[in-house]
Design a protein around this ligand. Structure first.
Ligand SMILES: Cc1cc2nc3c(=O)[nH]c(=O)nc-3n(C[C@H](O)[C@H](O)[C@H](O)COP(=O)(O)OP(=O)(O)OC[C@H]3O[C@@H](n4cnc5c(N)ncnc54)[C@H](O)[C@@H]3O)c2cc1C
Length: 397
């Protein structure tokens, strides 16, 4: 098939490589002129690692990462609320603490190594089912004219949270900005202070300091903050922030002291009625954040994006019409994504909101949850990316 992949993020780069390897005629369209390895540390779960393995990228990813095998949550004074090891689920693979830029560099390298045609500075502005396929139009930023790229059998919308492809195909159901986001920074961690643990300390529901091992010798710091306060906090400067953050840093104070610059991050909740639309002899389909952006509470976004890419590649190899194959893709992904969407939505008011009365009961309940028989196993399984419900697991097809 002639396939246009819109967006060169995690989802787009993986989809392009997997479809190219299966003989499709793929072109990638990316709005950035010069896509670069930027961003904070992310927490890459076993599910995402499995897809990287199928792209022969897991070993280099491991070499650039640190194993994260525990999640520790504490109250303001350092009282332990939850200490969950991935080993609560037998034989589970721990996460990797990865610099988003390293993940991007590997996936971009995979696209380049295959010689997949790539148009940079190409912002997709229209995607329309027409006779003979799906028509794609791009505008070069700064350039006056839109260009018609012709007809494709399949357009893959991998264009992230604010997807143009989703809007153009009328697939959106819900798209809402969260009131809370974060300020983040990457700092050196040459002595491995963060060890193998994602550490989060809460002060009610309004403040959280998160520390994540990131790559071999770095750490990421996350400071939860309402998005309408980002500008003021950034204008007040790092020293002002450090005074607040230090009070919650405990043993991680040297990492807080090492912060030189803070950057803002915002989150959206996106869901779709269906992830595809067929028309005019072609189809459009969504992968990654374009289909299901969510808050990063469970560190699931990249793994879900990689799982979408793999599942779509498998779906397109099946028999039947294109509509039947995309229906199978949608069906495979629906329950799995719903589980993560549901949990991240449920966690947001408890961990990042103005609902301060929820703080004390949360702090009272979290230690108990860790003792409920079977619960640590379900929680660890959810983190690895393998759940679709309390009882059922999900595996890559
Ligand atoms: C603060 C923060 C922390 C996170 N932490 C984690 C974590 O710990 N673990 C985890 O797994 N996930 C995490 N995530 C989520 C994760 O980053 C995303 O889920 C993942 O990157 C999804 O990638 P994507 O390819 O769908 O979208 P993106 O990475 O956003 O890529 C979309 C691409 O499309 C391009 N594009 C957009 N519009 C157009 C257009 N019209 N035409 C052409 N190109 C276009 C963009 O330039 C971009 O390159 C976090 C997210 C945030 C914000």
């Amino acid at each position: 098939m002639r396939v246009a992949v819109v967006g060169l993020g995690t989802a787009g780069a993986a989809t392009a490589a997997l479809l190219f390897d299966r003989g499709h005629d793929v072109v990638v369209l990316e709005q950035a002129d010069d896509p670069r390895p930027v961003g904070a540390g992310i927490w890459l779960q076993a599910l995402g690692q499995q897809v990287l393995d199928r792209l022969d990228l897991l070993e280099p990813m491991r070499a650039a990462s640190r194993v994260v095998s525990r999640v520790r949550m504490e109250g303001r004074g350092g009282r332990r609320l939850l200490d969950l090891g991935y080993d609560a689920r037998p034989a589970s693979t721990p996460a990797l603490g990865v610099h988003r830029g390293d993940l991007f560099a590997l996936l971009f390298g995979a696209v380049r190594a295959r010689g997949i045609p790539l148009e940079l500075g190409a912002r997709v502005t229209a995607v329309e089912p027409r006779t003979g396929g799906i028509a794609v139009t791009v505008a070069d930023p700064g350039g006056p004219d839109a260009r018609d790229l012709g007809r494709f059998d399949l357009v893959v919308g991998a264009d992230g949270t604010r997807s143009e492809v989703r809007a153009a195909l009328g697939l959106g159901h819900r798209d809402r900005a969260y009131r809370y986001g974060a300020l983040w920074a990457i700092v050196p961690d040459p002595d491995g202070l963060t060890s193998d643990t994602l550490h989060q300390r809460f002060d009610g529901t309004r403040r959280t300091l998160g520390v994540l091992p990131t790559g071999a010798d770095r750490a990421s710091i996350f400071w939860s903050l309402r998005t309408d306060r980002h500008a003021a906090a950034l204008a007040a400067g790092v020293e002002r922030w450090r005074a607040d953050a230090r009070a919650m840093a405990g043993p991680y104070a040297p990492l807080v002291d090492a912060v030189e610059e803070l950057l803002p991050a915002t989150y959206r909740a996106v869901s779709v009625r269906s992830s595809y639309r067929v028309g005019g002899g072609g189809a459009g389909v969504l992968v990654g954040d374009a289909a299901h952006a969510m808050s990063p509470q469970l560190g699931a976004g990249s793994s879900l994006a990689l799982a979408d890419a793999w599942t779509l590649a498998v779906a397109l190899e099946r028999g039947g019409s294109l509509a039947e194959r995309l229906e199978w893709y949608d069906d495979q992904r629906r329950a799995h994504v719903r589980w993560y969407r549901w949990w991240t939505r449920a966690m947001m008011p408890l961990f990042q909101s103005d609902l301060t009365p929820l703080g004390p009961p949360r702090d009272a309940l979290l230690p108990v949850v860790g003792w409920v028989p079977g619960m640590p196993r379900v929680m660890a399984g959810t983190l690895t990316g393998d759940r679709r419900s309390l009882r059922r697991t999900w595996r890559l097809p």
